[in-house]
Design a protein around this ligand. Structure first.
Ligand SMILES: Nc1ncnc2c1ncn2[C@@H]1O[C@H](COP(=O)(O)OP(=O)(O)OP(=O)(O)O)[C@@H](O)[C@H]1O
Ligand SMILES: Nc1ncnc2c1ncn2[C@@H]1O[C@H](COP(=O)(O)OP(=O)(O)OP(=O)(O)O)[C@@H](O)[C@H]1O
Length: 530
Protein backbone atom coordinates (compact mmCIF):
# COMPACT_ATOMS: atom_id res chain seq x y z
CA UNK A 1 0.00 0.00 0.00
CA UNK A 2 1.14 3.53 -0.67
CA UNK A 3 1.76 5.92 2.22
CA UNK A 4 0.66 8.98 0.23
CA UNK A 5 -1.26 9.33 -3.03
CA UNK A 6 -2.02 12.84 -4.21
CA UNK A 7 -3.92 13.65 -7.42
CA UNK A 8 -4.84 17.07 -8.86
CA UNK A 9 -4.52 18.77 -5.50
CA UNK A 10 -5.16 22.46 -4.89
CA UNK A 11 -5.26 23.86 -1.35
CA UNK A 12 -6.64 27.36 -0.84
CA UNK A 13 -6.69 28.90 2.64
CA UNK A 14 -9.85 30.68 3.78
CA UNK A 15 -9.80 34.28 2.67
CA UNK A 16 -7.17 33.69 -0.02
CA UNK A 17 -7.96 33.86 -3.72
CA UNK A 18 -5.03 31.78 -4.97
CA UNK A 19 -4.17 28.22 -3.91
CA UNK A 20 -1.07 27.89 -1.69
CA UNK A 21 -0.18 24.54 -3.24
CA UNK A 22 -0.97 22.96 -6.60
CA UNK A 23 0.24 19.37 -7.02
CA UNK A 24 -0.87 17.22 -9.94
CA UNK A 25 0.59 13.94 -8.74
CA UNK A 26 2.68 12.79 -5.80
CA UNK A 27 3.14 9.24 -4.53
CA UNK A 28 5.18 8.23 -1.48
CA UNK A 29 5.65 4.51 -1.02
CA UNK A 30 5.30 2.79 2.32
CA UNK A 31 8.75 2.61 3.95
CA UNK A 32 10.15 5.49 1.90
CA UNK A 33 12.01 8.33 3.58
CA UNK A 34 11.48 11.69 1.92
CA UNK A 35 12.96 15.11 2.51
CA UNK A 36 10.66 18.03 1.71
CA UNK A 37 12.56 21.26 1.41
CA UNK A 38 12.20 24.68 -0.19
CA UNK A 39 12.24 28.35 0.63
CA UNK A 40 10.28 29.82 3.48
CA UNK A 41 6.63 30.28 2.48
CA UNK A 42 6.92 27.88 -0.47
CA UNK A 43 4.19 25.55 0.83
CA UNK A 44 6.01 22.75 2.70
CA UNK A 45 3.89 22.97 5.85
CA UNK A 46 0.73 23.17 3.76
CA UNK A 47 1.74 19.96 2.01
CA UNK A 48 2.40 18.07 5.24
CA UNK A 49 -0.82 19.43 6.73
CA UNK A 50 -2.86 17.63 4.09
CA UNK A 51 -0.87 14.44 4.66
CA UNK A 52 -1.74 14.37 8.38
CA UNK A 53 -5.27 15.67 7.88
CA UNK A 54 -4.73 18.91 9.80
CA UNK A 55 -6.07 20.48 6.59
CA UNK A 56 -9.08 20.48 6.20
CA UNK A 57 -10.07 19.24 9.69
CA UNK A 58 -8.24 21.69 11.98
CA UNK A 59 -7.21 24.46 9.60
CA UNK A 60 -9.89 25.86 7.37
CA UNK A 61 -8.88 25.55 3.74
CA UNK A 62 -10.53 24.37 0.56
CA UNK A 63 -9.07 21.10 -0.71
CA UNK A 64 -9.70 20.27 -4.37
CA UNK A 65 -8.54 16.93 -5.74
CA UNK A 66 -7.64 13.78 -3.88
CA UNK A 67 -5.30 12.93 -0.99
CA UNK A 68 -5.10 9.35 0.28
CA UNK A 69 -2.95 8.35 3.23
CA UNK A 70 -2.56 4.60 3.67
CA UNK A 71 -5.63 4.37 1.46
CA UNK A 72 -7.73 6.70 3.67
CA UNK A 73 -9.31 9.75 2.07
CA UNK A 74 -8.20 12.67 4.24
CA UNK A 75 -11.33 14.67 3.49
CA UNK A 76 -13.65 12.09 5.03
CA UNK A 77 -11.37 10.50 7.65
CA UNK A 78 -11.23 12.27 11.03
CA UNK A 79 -7.77 13.46 12.18
CA UNK A 80 -7.98 11.19 15.23
CA UNK A 81 -8.09 8.20 12.85
CA UNK A 82 -5.27 9.49 10.62
CA UNK A 83 -3.09 10.21 13.67
CA UNK A 84 -3.15 6.50 14.55
CA UNK A 85 -1.07 5.96 11.43
CA UNK A 86 0.75 9.23 10.94
CA UNK A 87 2.61 10.86 13.84
CA UNK A 88 3.64 14.48 13.46
CA UNK A 89 6.22 16.57 15.25
CA UNK A 90 5.43 20.22 14.62
CA UNK A 91 8.08 22.87 14.29
CA UNK A 92 6.83 24.88 17.25
CA UNK A 93 6.46 22.39 20.11
CA UNK A 94 4.62 24.91 22.29
CA UNK A 95 1.50 24.38 20.22
CA UNK A 96 1.62 20.61 20.69
CA UNK A 97 2.11 20.06 24.44
CA UNK A 98 -0.93 20.23 26.74
CA UNK A 99 -0.09 18.26 29.87
CA UNK A 100 1.37 19.16 33.24
CA UNK A 101 4.37 16.86 33.42
CA UNK A 102 6.68 15.21 30.91
CA UNK A 103 5.47 11.67 31.60
CA UNK A 104 1.80 12.69 31.26
CA UNK A 105 2.61 14.30 27.95
CA UNK A 106 4.43 11.23 26.62
CA UNK A 107 1.58 8.93 27.72
CA UNK A 108 -1.18 11.25 26.51
CA UNK A 109 -1.64 9.93 22.96
CA UNK A 110 -1.10 6.27 23.65
CA UNK A 111 -3.58 6.33 26.57
CA UNK A 112 -6.41 6.77 24.11
CA UNK A 113 -5.55 3.56 22.30
CA UNK A 114 -6.66 0.11 23.20
CA UNK A 115 -3.37 -1.13 24.60
CA UNK A 116 -2.78 -2.91 27.88
CA UNK A 117 -1.38 -0.92 30.79
CA UNK A 118 1.83 -2.90 30.66
CA UNK A 119 2.27 -2.26 26.96
CA UNK A 120 1.56 1.43 27.53
CA UNK A 121 4.20 1.73 30.24
CA UNK A 122 6.74 -0.08 28.06
CA UNK A 123 6.11 2.21 25.14
CA UNK A 124 6.28 5.36 27.25
CA UNK A 125 9.54 4.30 28.89
CA UNK A 126 11.09 3.26 25.59
CA UNK A 127 10.12 6.50 23.85
CA UNK A 128 11.48 8.64 26.67
CA UNK A 129 14.74 6.72 26.49
CA UNK A 130 15.03 7.12 22.71
CA UNK A 131 14.47 10.86 23.01
CA UNK A 132 16.90 11.26 25.92
CA UNK A 133 14.37 12.65 28.40
CA UNK A 134 13.95 9.84 30.98
CA UNK A 135 15.60 12.05 33.61
CA UNK A 136 12.94 14.73 33.05
CA UNK A 137 9.93 12.42 33.57
CA UNK A 138 8.37 14.30 36.52
CA UNK A 139 9.32 17.77 35.37
CA UNK A 140 6.61 20.38 34.76
CA UNK A 141 6.33 21.06 31.04
CA UNK A 142 6.65 24.82 31.46
CA UNK A 143 10.13 24.52 33.00
CA UNK A 144 11.63 22.71 29.98
CA UNK A 145 14.09 24.28 27.58
CA UNK A 146 12.98 24.57 23.91
CA UNK A 147 14.84 21.44 22.86
CA UNK A 148 13.70 19.40 25.86
CA UNK A 149 10.10 20.27 25.02
CA UNK A 150 10.54 19.24 21.40
CA UNK A 151 12.05 15.92 22.49
CA UNK A 152 9.07 15.38 24.84
CA UNK A 153 6.56 15.91 22.04
CA UNK A 154 8.53 13.55 19.79
CA UNK A 155 8.52 10.89 22.53
CA UNK A 156 4.74 11.15 22.79
CA UNK A 157 4.43 10.73 19.02
CA UNK A 158 6.78 7.71 19.00
CA UNK A 159 4.85 6.06 21.86
CA UNK A 160 1.87 5.79 19.52
CA UNK A 161 3.99 3.62 17.19
CA UNK A 162 2.82 5.27 13.99
CA UNK A 163 3.29 3.69 10.54
CA UNK A 164 4.63 7.02 9.29
CA UNK A 165 6.37 9.93 10.91
CA UNK A 166 6.34 13.55 9.84
CA UNK A 167 9.09 15.64 11.41
CA UNK A 168 8.75 19.34 10.69
CA UNK A 169 12.22 20.87 11.12
CA UNK A 170 13.54 18.73 13.94
CA UNK A 171 16.89 20.54 13.79
CA UNK A 172 15.33 23.90 14.59
CA UNK A 173 15.15 23.24 18.35
CA UNK A 174 16.94 19.96 18.97
CA UNK A 175 20.74 20.24 19.12
CA UNK A 176 22.61 18.71 16.15
CA UNK A 177 23.91 15.67 18.00
CA UNK A 178 20.45 15.01 19.42
CA UNK A 179 18.90 15.29 15.96
CA UNK A 180 21.43 12.82 14.61
CA UNK A 181 20.76 10.35 17.43
CA UNK A 182 17.01 10.60 16.92
CA UNK A 183 17.31 10.19 13.15
CA UNK A 184 19.59 7.16 13.66
CA UNK A 185 16.84 5.62 15.76
CA UNK A 186 14.16 6.52 13.27
CA UNK A 187 16.35 4.78 10.70
CA UNK A 188 16.24 1.59 12.74
CA UNK A 189 12.43 1.84 12.84
CA UNK A 190 12.53 2.04 9.10
CA UNK A 191 13.66 -1.53 8.94
CA UNK A 192 10.20 -2.20 10.41
CA UNK A 193 8.71 -0.40 7.39
CA UNK A 194 8.06 3.00 8.96
CA UNK A 195 7.79 5.81 6.41
CA UNK A 196 9.36 9.18 7.09
CA UNK A 197 8.68 12.67 5.85
CA UNK A 198 11.23 15.22 6.98
CA UNK A 199 10.67 18.91 6.39
CA UNK A 200 14.06 20.52 6.74
CA UNK A 201 16.22 23.39 5.49
CA UNK A 202 19.48 21.69 6.47
CA UNK A 203 19.66 19.16 3.64
CA UNK A 204 23.23 18.09 4.30
CA UNK A 205 22.50 17.05 7.89
CA UNK A 206 19.64 14.76 7.00
CA UNK A 207 21.09 13.29 3.81
CA UNK A 208 22.24 10.03 5.45
CA UNK A 209 18.65 9.38 6.58
CA UNK A 210 16.60 9.91 3.42
CA UNK A 211 16.01 8.30 0.01
CA UNK A 212 14.43 11.11 -1.92
CA UNK A 213 14.42 14.92 -2.11
CA UNK A 214 11.35 16.96 -3.00
CA UNK A 215 11.72 20.72 -3.42
CA UNK A 216 8.58 22.85 -3.15
CA UNK A 217 8.77 26.22 -4.86
CA UNK A 218 5.85 28.67 -5.05
CA UNK A 219 3.39 25.94 -4.11
CA UNK A 220 4.54 23.45 -6.77
CA UNK A 221 6.89 20.50 -6.76
CA UNK A 222 9.91 21.95 -8.54
CA UNK A 223 12.31 19.03 -8.04
CA UNK A 224 11.68 15.38 -7.14
CA UNK A 225 14.90 13.35 -7.21
CA UNK A 226 16.61 10.39 -5.62
CA UNK A 227 19.14 11.37 -3.00
CA UNK A 228 21.99 10.14 -5.19
CA UNK A 229 21.18 12.76 -7.79
CA UNK A 230 22.00 15.64 -5.46
CA UNK A 231 25.39 16.37 -7.07
CA UNK A 232 23.95 16.14 -10.59
CA UNK A 233 21.38 18.74 -9.60
CA UNK A 234 23.55 20.77 -7.23
CA UNK A 235 23.46 23.92 -9.39
CA UNK A 236 19.68 23.80 -9.77
CA UNK A 237 19.16 23.23 -6.03
CA UNK A 238 21.58 26.06 -5.27
CA UNK A 239 19.69 28.37 -7.64
CA UNK A 240 16.47 27.56 -5.76
CA UNK A 241 18.03 29.18 -2.68
CA UNK A 242 18.75 25.91 -0.83
CA UNK A 243 21.74 25.36 1.44
CA UNK A 244 23.99 23.46 -0.95
CA UNK A 245 27.48 23.54 0.55
CA UNK A 246 30.39 24.66 -1.60
CA UNK A 247 31.97 21.22 -1.57
CA UNK A 248 28.94 19.83 -3.45
CA UNK A 249 29.29 22.49 -6.14
CA UNK A 250 33.03 21.73 -6.20
CA UNK A 251 32.30 18.03 -6.84
CA UNK A 252 29.91 18.87 -9.64
CA UNK A 253 32.53 21.13 -11.26
CA UNK A 254 35.10 18.35 -10.94
CA UNK A 255 32.84 16.10 -12.99
CA UNK A 256 31.52 13.89 -10.17
CA UNK A 257 27.97 12.59 -10.12
CA UNK A 258 27.95 11.23 -6.57
CA UNK A 259 29.34 12.46 -3.27
CA UNK A 260 32.83 11.05 -2.94
CA UNK A 261 34.06 11.80 0.59
CA UNK A 262 37.41 10.10 -0.08
CA UNK A 263 38.12 12.37 -3.05
CA UNK A 264 37.05 15.42 -1.08
CA UNK A 265 39.33 14.58 1.82
CA UNK A 266 42.26 14.42 -0.60
CA UNK A 267 41.52 17.50 -2.66
CA UNK A 268 39.13 19.89 -0.92
CA UNK A 269 40.57 22.98 0.70
CA UNK A 270 38.76 25.03 3.25
CA UNK A 271 39.86 28.28 4.83
CA UNK A 272 37.69 29.89 7.53
CA UNK A 273 36.76 33.57 7.02
CA UNK A 274 38.73 36.32 8.74
CA UNK A 275 37.44 37.35 12.18
CA UNK A 276 37.34 40.54 14.22
CA UNK A 277 39.51 40.52 17.33
CA UNK A 278 37.50 43.26 19.10
CA UNK A 279 38.77 46.10 21.24
CA UNK A 280 38.74 45.18 24.89
CA UNK A 281 35.96 43.92 27.12
CA UNK A 282 32.52 45.53 26.83
CA UNK A 283 30.55 43.04 28.90
CA UNK A 284 31.53 40.97 31.89
CA UNK A 285 29.08 38.89 33.87
CA UNK A 286 29.39 36.39 36.68
CA UNK A 287 26.13 34.54 37.17
CA UNK A 288 24.86 31.83 39.50
CA UNK A 289 21.27 30.63 39.19
CA UNK A 290 19.91 27.59 40.97
CA UNK A 291 16.64 25.72 41.41
CA UNK A 292 14.80 25.72 44.73
CA UNK A 293 16.18 22.25 45.34
CA UNK A 294 19.71 23.64 45.06
CA UNK A 295 20.81 22.45 41.60
CA UNK A 296 22.87 25.05 39.75
CA UNK A 297 21.43 25.80 36.32
CA UNK A 298 24.06 28.47 35.72
CA UNK A 299 27.38 28.93 37.44
CA UNK A 300 29.67 30.75 35.08
CA UNK A 301 31.47 33.87 33.98
CA UNK A 302 31.19 35.40 30.52
CA UNK A 303 33.09 38.15 28.76
CA UNK A 304 32.40 39.82 25.40
CA UNK A 305 34.81 41.92 23.35
CA UNK A 306 33.59 45.20 21.96
CA UNK A 307 32.66 45.20 18.28
CA UNK A 308 32.47 41.43 17.89
CA UNK A 309 29.81 38.84 17.19
CA UNK A 310 30.02 35.96 19.64
CA UNK A 311 28.09 32.72 19.26
CA UNK A 312 26.84 30.71 22.23
CA UNK A 313 26.29 27.03 21.50
CA UNK A 314 25.63 23.93 23.59
CA UNK A 315 23.33 20.97 24.06
CA UNK A 316 19.64 21.33 24.81
CA UNK A 317 19.22 22.31 28.43
CA UNK A 318 22.85 23.40 28.88
CA UNK A 319 21.64 26.82 30.07
CA UNK A 320 22.00 29.20 27.12
CA UNK A 321 18.60 30.89 27.41
CA UNK A 322 18.85 31.05 31.20
CA UNK A 323 22.26 32.75 30.96
CA UNK A 324 20.91 35.40 28.57
CA UNK A 325 17.91 36.00 30.80
CA UNK A 326 20.12 36.30 33.88
CA UNK A 327 22.32 38.91 32.20
CA UNK A 328 19.36 41.10 31.25
CA UNK A 329 17.59 40.55 34.58
CA UNK A 330 14.67 38.44 33.36
CA UNK A 331 14.96 35.35 35.57
CA UNK A 332 11.64 34.40 37.16
CA UNK A 333 12.61 34.72 40.82
CA UNK A 334 9.47 32.90 41.99
CA UNK A 335 10.75 29.71 40.39
CA UNK A 336 14.52 30.09 40.57
CA UNK A 337 17.11 31.51 42.96
CA UNK A 338 19.60 34.05 41.63
CA UNK A 339 22.63 33.66 43.88
CA UNK A 340 24.91 35.98 41.96
CA UNK A 341 24.23 38.38 39.10
CA UNK A 342 27.26 40.58 38.62
CA UNK A 343 26.90 42.38 35.31
CA UNK A 344 29.26 45.10 34.08
CA UNK A 345 28.70 46.77 30.71
CA UNK A 346 31.16 49.32 29.38
CA UNK A 347 32.57 49.89 32.85
CA UNK A 348 29.15 50.48 34.41
CA UNK A 349 28.16 48.08 37.19
CA UNK A 350 24.56 46.98 36.57
CA UNK A 351 24.48 44.24 39.18
CA UNK A 352 21.86 46.00 41.25
CA UNK A 353 20.14 47.73 38.31
CA UNK A 354 16.50 46.96 37.51
CA UNK A 355 15.30 45.64 34.17
CA UNK A 356 14.59 49.06 32.63
CA UNK A 357 18.00 50.46 33.61
CA UNK A 358 19.77 47.38 32.22
CA UNK A 359 17.74 47.86 29.02
CA UNK A 360 19.68 51.05 28.33
CA UNK A 361 22.87 49.02 28.03
CA UNK A 362 21.66 45.59 27.00
CA UNK A 363 19.11 44.63 24.37
CA UNK A 364 17.53 41.17 24.53
CA UNK A 365 15.75 39.58 21.60
CA UNK A 366 13.84 36.44 22.63
CA UNK A 367 13.36 33.60 20.16
CA UNK A 368 9.66 34.29 19.61
CA UNK A 369 9.63 38.06 19.42
CA UNK A 370 6.26 38.62 17.73
CA UNK A 371 4.63 38.81 21.16
CA UNK A 372 6.61 42.00 21.74
CA UNK A 373 4.63 44.03 19.21
CA UNK A 374 1.89 46.18 20.71
CA UNK A 375 1.60 49.18 18.38
CA UNK A 376 0.01 49.37 14.94
CA UNK A 377 2.88 51.00 13.07
CA UNK A 378 6.61 50.40 12.94
CA UNK A 379 7.31 54.00 13.92
CA UNK A 380 4.98 53.88 16.95
CA UNK A 381 6.46 50.59 18.06
CA UNK A 382 10.01 51.97 18.20
CA UNK A 383 8.81 55.29 19.63
CA UNK A 384 6.93 53.46 22.40
CA UNK A 385 10.02 51.49 23.30
CA UNK A 386 12.11 54.70 23.50
CA UNK A 387 9.51 56.50 25.64
CA UNK A 388 9.31 53.48 27.90
CA UNK A 389 13.02 53.75 28.58
CA UNK A 390 12.82 57.53 28.95
CA UNK A 391 15.07 58.24 25.94
CA UNK A 392 12.65 59.45 23.26
CA UNK A 393 14.10 61.90 20.75
CA UNK A 394 12.79 62.33 17.21
CA UNK A 395 16.20 62.54 15.54
CA UNK A 396 17.33 59.36 17.24
CA UNK A 397 14.12 57.60 16.17
CA UNK A 398 14.85 58.48 12.53
CA UNK A 399 18.43 57.31 12.92
CA UNK A 400 17.41 53.94 14.34
CA UNK A 401 14.85 53.35 11.60
CA UNK A 402 17.60 54.06 9.09
CA UNK A 403 20.13 51.74 10.80
CA UNK A 404 17.61 48.92 10.48
CA UNK A 405 16.48 49.81 6.92
CA UNK A 406 12.94 50.44 8.15
CA UNK A 407 12.48 53.94 6.77
CA UNK A 408 10.19 52.77 4.00
CA UNK A 409 7.96 50.85 6.44
CA UNK A 410 7.38 53.56 9.06
CA UNK A 411 3.60 53.44 8.73
CA UNK A 412 3.19 49.67 8.20
CA UNK A 413 1.75 47.36 10.84
CA UNK A 414 4.69 45.29 12.17
CA UNK A 415 2.59 42.12 12.08
CA UNK A 416 2.05 42.18 8.30
CA UNK A 417 5.77 42.45 7.52
CA UNK A 418 7.94 39.50 6.55
CA UNK A 419 9.81 37.56 9.21
CA UNK A 420 13.11 39.36 8.48
CA UNK A 421 11.44 42.77 8.58
CA UNK A 422 9.63 41.91 11.83
CA UNK A 423 12.93 40.87 13.37
CA UNK A 424 14.45 44.21 12.38
CA UNK A 425 11.53 46.07 14.00
CA UNK A 426 12.01 44.02 17.16
CA UNK A 427 15.76 44.68 17.15
CA UNK A 428 15.23 48.40 16.49
CA UNK A 429 12.82 48.51 19.46
CA UNK A 430 15.14 46.76 21.85
CA UNK A 431 18.19 48.83 21.00
CA UNK A 432 16.23 52.07 20.81
CA UNK A 433 16.99 52.62 24.49
CA UNK A 434 20.64 53.16 23.56
CA UNK A 435 21.94 49.65 24.19
CA UNK A 436 25.15 48.77 22.35
CA UNK A 437 25.16 45.13 23.35
CA UNK A 438 22.54 42.84 21.77
CA UNK A 439 21.74 39.36 23.10
CA UNK A 440 19.77 37.19 20.66
CA UNK A 441 18.17 33.83 21.39
CA UNK A 442 18.16 31.39 18.45
CA UNK A 443 17.35 33.81 15.63
CA UNK A 444 18.49 31.20 13.06
CA UNK A 445 16.02 28.56 14.15
CA UNK A 446 13.53 27.51 11.47
CA UNK A 447 14.95 29.96 8.94
CA UNK A 448 15.86 28.94 5.41
CA UNK A 449 19.45 29.48 4.29
CA UNK A 450 18.61 32.61 2.32
CA UNK A 451 17.17 34.26 5.42
CA UNK A 452 19.97 33.00 7.66
CA UNK A 453 22.43 34.67 5.31
CA UNK A 454 20.44 37.92 5.42
CA UNK A 455 20.47 37.76 9.22
CA UNK A 456 24.22 37.12 9.22
CA UNK A 457 24.86 40.11 6.99
CA UNK A 458 22.67 42.30 9.20
CA UNK A 459 24.70 41.24 12.23
CA UNK A 460 27.97 42.03 10.43
CA UNK A 461 26.61 45.48 9.54
CA UNK A 462 25.60 46.15 13.14
CA UNK A 463 29.00 44.99 14.31
CA UNK A 464 30.64 47.39 11.87
CA UNK A 465 28.52 50.19 13.33
CA UNK A 466 29.98 49.48 16.77
CA UNK A 467 27.45 47.09 18.27
CA UNK A 468 28.47 43.95 20.12
CA UNK A 469 26.33 40.86 19.61
CA UNK A 470 25.89 37.57 21.46
CA UNK A 471 23.86 35.05 19.50
CA UNK A 472 22.57 31.68 20.71
CA UNK A 473 22.34 29.16 17.87
CA UNK A 474 22.58 25.49 16.95
CA UNK A 475 23.77 26.33 13.42
CA UNK A 476 27.50 25.68 13.07
CA UNK A 477 27.79 26.87 9.48
CA UNK A 478 26.20 30.18 10.45
CA UNK A 479 28.69 30.48 13.32
CA UNK A 480 31.60 29.80 11.01
CA UNK A 481 30.45 32.32 8.40
CA UNK A 482 29.26 35.19 10.54
CA UNK A 483 30.78 35.20 14.02
CA UNK A 484 34.13 36.13 15.55
CA UNK A 485 34.13 34.07 18.73
CA UNK A 486 32.42 30.93 19.90
CA UNK A 487 31.49 30.04 23.48
CA UNK A 488 30.27 26.55 24.34
CA UNK A 489 28.08 25.85 27.38
CA UNK A 490 27.75 22.59 29.21
CA UNK A 491 25.81 22.07 32.44
CA UNK A 492 25.52 25.79 33.12
CA UNK A 493 29.20 26.61 32.53
CA UNK A 494 31.08 28.04 29.60
CA UNK A 495 33.57 25.26 28.98
CA UNK A 496 35.17 26.24 25.67
CA UNK A 497 35.91 29.59 24.09
CA UNK A 498 37.93 30.96 21.20
CA UNK A 499 37.66 31.54 17.48
CA UNK A 500 35.18 29.11 15.91
CA UNK A 501 37.96 27.15 14.15
CA UNK A 502 39.77 26.66 17.47
CA UNK A 503 36.64 25.59 19.32
CA UNK A 504 35.14 23.34 16.62
CA UNK A 505 38.09 20.98 16.90
CA UNK A 506 37.18 20.33 20.55
CA UNK A 507 33.41 20.67 20.57
CA UNK A 508 32.22 17.22 19.51
CA UNK A 509 31.46 16.17 23.07
CA UNK A 510 29.14 19.11 23.53
CA UNK A 511 26.45 18.30 21.00
CA UNK A 512 28.00 20.49 18.31
CA UNK A 513 28.69 19.24 14.82
CA UNK A 514 31.20 21.49 13.04
CA UNK A 515 30.49 22.38 9.40
CA UNK A 516 31.41 19.39 7.29
CA UNK A 517 33.93 21.44 5.29
CA UNK A 518 36.14 21.46 8.40
CA UNK A 519 36.41 17.72 8.30
CA UNK A 520 36.66 17.46 4.51
CA UNK A 521 39.30 20.20 4.40
CA UNK A 522 41.37 18.38 7.03
CA UNK A 523 40.93 21.05 9.73
CA UNK A 524 39.47 18.54 12.18
CA UNK A 525 39.10 14.81 12.48
CA UNK A 526 35.48 13.63 12.56
CA UNK A 527 34.58 10.76 10.34
CA UNK A 528 30.88 10.68 11.03
CA UNK A 529 29.74 11.24 7.46
CA UNK A 530 31.83 8.61 5.76
N1 LIG B 1 -3.35 29.28 8.10
C1 LIG B 1 -3.07 29.97 6.98
N2 LIG B 1 -3.94 30.88 6.50
C2 LIG B 1 -3.68 31.56 5.38
N3 LIG B 1 -2.55 31.43 4.64
C3 LIG B 1 -1.63 30.54 5.07
C4 LIG B 1 -1.83 29.78 6.26
N4 LIG B 1 -0.75 28.98 6.43
C5 LIG B 1 0.09 29.25 5.40
N5 LIG B 1 -0.43 30.18 4.57
C6 LIG B 1 0.18 30.70 3.33
O1 LIG B 1 0.49 29.62 2.46
C7 LIG B 1 1.75 29.81 1.83
C8 LIG B 1 2.65 28.60 2.11
O2 LIG B 1 2.95 28.58 3.52
P1 LIG B 1 3.64 27.35 4.25
O3 LIG B 1 3.54 27.60 5.71
O4 LIG B 1 3.06 26.07 3.71
O5 LIG B 1 5.15 27.52 3.77
P2 LIG B 1 6.47 26.77 4.26
O6 LIG B 1 7.20 26.37 3.03
O7 LIG B 1 6.13 25.69 5.21
O8 LIG B 1 7.25 27.95 4.99
P3 LIG B 1 8.33 27.94 6.25
O9 LIG B 1 9.60 27.32 5.76
O10 LIG B 1 8.50 29.42 6.51
O11 LIG B 1 7.69 27.20 7.38
C9 LIG B 1 2.31 31.13 2.38
O12 LIG B 1 2.06 32.13 1.44
C10 LIG B 1 1.54 31.37 3.65
O13 LIG B 1 1.37 32.75 3.90
N1 LIG C 1 12.14 25.77 37.36
C1 LIG C 1 13.05 24.89 36.94
N2 LIG C 1 13.34 23.80 37.67
C2 LIG C 1 14.26 22.91 37.26
N3 LIG C 1 14.97 23.04 36.11
C3 LIG C 1 14.72 24.09 35.34
C4 LIG C 1 13.76 25.07 35.71
N4 LIG C 1 13.73 26.01 34.73
C5 LIG C 1 14.65 25.61 33.80
N5 LIG C 1 15.23 24.46 34.16
C6 LIG C 1 16.26 23.70 33.42
O1 LIG C 1 17.38 24.54 33.18
C7 LIG C 1 18.11 24.02 32.06
C8 LIG C 1 18.56 25.17 31.19
O2 LIG C 1 17.50 25.63 30.37
P1 LIG C 1 17.75 26.65 29.17
O3 LIG C 1 16.41 27.02 28.59
O4 LIG C 1 18.63 27.74 29.61
O5 LIG C 1 18.53 25.70 28.15
P2 LIG C 1 19.10 25.99 26.70
O6 LIG C 1 20.57 25.74 26.73
O7 LIG C 1 18.65 27.35 26.24
O8 LIG C 1 18.41 24.83 25.87
P3 LIG C 1 17.80 24.70 24.37
O9 LIG C 1 18.95 24.47 23.42
O10 LIG C 1 16.96 23.45 24.44
O11 LIG C 1 17.00 25.95 24.10
C9 LIG C 1 17.17 23.02 31.35
O12 LIG C 1 17.61 21.69 31.59
C10 LIG C 1 15.83 23.26 32.03
O13 LIG C 1 15.06 22.10 32.06
Amino acid sequence: MKFVEIRDLQVTYMGKTKPSIVIDKLDIEEGESVLITGRSGSGKSTLVSVINGVIPHLINAEVKGEVRVFGLDIKTTPTSEISRYVGTLLQDPDTQAFNYTVIDEVAFGVENYMVSREEMINRVEESMKICGISHLRDREINTLSGGELQRTVLASVLAMRPKALILDEPTSNIDPQGTREILELVKTFRSEGISLVLVEHKIERVLPFIDRIIVVESGKIAVDIKKDEIIDRADLLHSLGLEIPDYMLFLKKSGFRRIDYEYLRKTYNYKPPSRNEGKGEILFASVKVKTKSGKYLINTKISLKQGTITALMGKNGSGKTTLLKAIVGLIDKKRLIVEEEKVIVNGKDLSKAKLVERGKYLAYLPQFFDVMFIKRTVEDEVKFSMKNRGVYDEMRLGEILRIFSLDAYRTEDPLVLSMGQRRRVAMASVIAGGAKVILMDEPTSGQDWYHRQILGKELLELRNKGYTILVVTHDARFVDRFTDYLLVMSDGKIVLEGKPEEVFSKSLNHGIEPPLEYELGGLIKNEQFS
